[in-house]
Design a protein around this ligand. Structure first.
Ligand SMILES: [Zn+2]
Length: 368
């Protein structure tokens, strides 16, 4: 006997096929029949006439990094039909965190995403992790109404390795680059979904400081691409300079949107991994999104269908190695990268190493 039968729904199966009216039956969390009319018995029957039934959204751009540590319901995303949420975007997140560095990560998130700092200070179990793998271990002990995945973030990595120099927009030296790339490789191999960075002036801490890494030179951007190549997995997420305009009030952006597209193409070639980025239509350049979009061959791009009506973000994706390859559009990349099964395999369920708390050392590097 089926556990549930949904009757008379408007079915949108996510393949691009036209919507159709039909029934769906479930048993043990799996679809057993679809189409109909289904006449087999079920413990519970729902009349869904007039309602849509569709696969859950994969929201590849969220900032649940703090909320995921204390909340199971993951609202409002779960209620909006999101089934998988990827957090750690825009270069801001909470691991790695150096001892005493919690406040600066909170102040970054508070400034960039307007999440109240008091909630993050009091709601998160600070001290339960230092490295990104330890953060993932902590998360793996929890359960939510939806699946989640986390990126490793440029801001956190730059602060962990370069400290105040990283905050002050100093160029990374060869040792910095090697240590930061090691942390990213280690994080992605431990289960992070990829690496994220923000390059716009508008993303700032509550004190007005840009996210560390905002002005990173090309060698730093590409060092992380090489880390993803070594890891052999992951997505490179970027908020390119000039995404929301030239920002004259903040001193002006340093790079044009089209220059940034060329940089992302290079990052994709160097990493051999997909790149996702945010593309807005802004008042200052109302038509620039067209050449920006068409600079990526149609076969290599795949816009994210928004899961929030108010979110006008379009995310496109470069295929690995070349903009022209059609071998790896975003959805399949995310299916591979973000499937719960592969994530659980790659998140080892080991206890948090209590001895490492306060020791400030990981297997791959010692941080300052
Ligand atoms: Zn963001």
């Amino acid at each position: 006997m089926n556990d549930m039968l949904i009757k008379g729904a408007t079915l949108v199966d996510g393949t691009g096929a036209p919507a159709r009216t039909g029934d769906i039956a479930f048993r043990d969390g799996r679809i057993t029949e679809i189409g109909g009319p289904i006449r087999s018995a079920a413990r519970q029957t729902l009349n869904a006439e007039g309602a849509l039934v569709a696969p859950a959204w994969v929201d590849i751009h969220t900032h649940y990094d703090g909320q995921a540590t204390w909340d199971d319901a993951m609202e409002p995303s779960a209620g909006q039909g999101v089934g998988t949420a990827i957090m750690g975007n825009c270069g801001v997140g909470f691991a790695p965190v150096r001892p005493g560095g919690e406040r600066e990560l909170i102040e970054l998130m508070e400034g960039v995403e307007d999440i109240p700092g008091s909630v993050l200070h009091e709601g998160m179990p600070w001290g339960a992790w230092h490295s990104l793998p330890e953060y993932l271990d902590f998360l793996s002990q929890r359960r939510w109404a939806l699946d989640i995945g986390s990126m490793v973030t440029h801001g956190a990595v730059r602060l962990a390795v370069m400290g105040e120099r990283g905050k002050r927009d100093e160029a990374a030296n060869a040792q910095d680059l090697a240590q930061m790339a090691d942390l990213v490789q280690e994080a992605v191999q431990a289960g992070a979904m990829g690496f994220s960075t923000s390059r716009i002036r508008g993303h700032r801490s509550i004190h007005g400081d840009p996210v560390p890494g905002t002005f990173a030179a090309e060698d730093e951007v590409l060092a992380f691409a090489q880390a993803l190549r070594r890891a052999g997995r992951g997505v490179y997420q970027m908020i390119p300079s000039s995404t929301v305009g030239s920002a004259p009030m903040l001193g002006g952006e340093r790079h044009s949107q089209l220059d940034e597209l060329a940089l992302m193409a290079k990052a994709s070639r160097v990493s051999g991994r997909p790149v996702t980025f945010t593309l807005f239509q802004v008042d200052e350049w109302p038509a620039l999104w067209r050449p920006a979009r068409s600079s990526i061959p149609r076969s290599a791009r795949d816009p994210q269908r928004s899961c929030s009506a108010w979110r006008l973000t379009t995310l496109s994706c470069a295929s690995p190695a070349t903009w022209r390859s059609a071998s790896c559009p975003c959805p399949s990349a995310w299916q591979r990268c973000a499937s719960q099964r592969s994530r659980r395999r790659s998140w080892p369920r080991r206890r948090l190493p209590t001895r490492s708390r306060g020791r400030w050392k990981t297997s791959s590097s010692t941080w300052r």
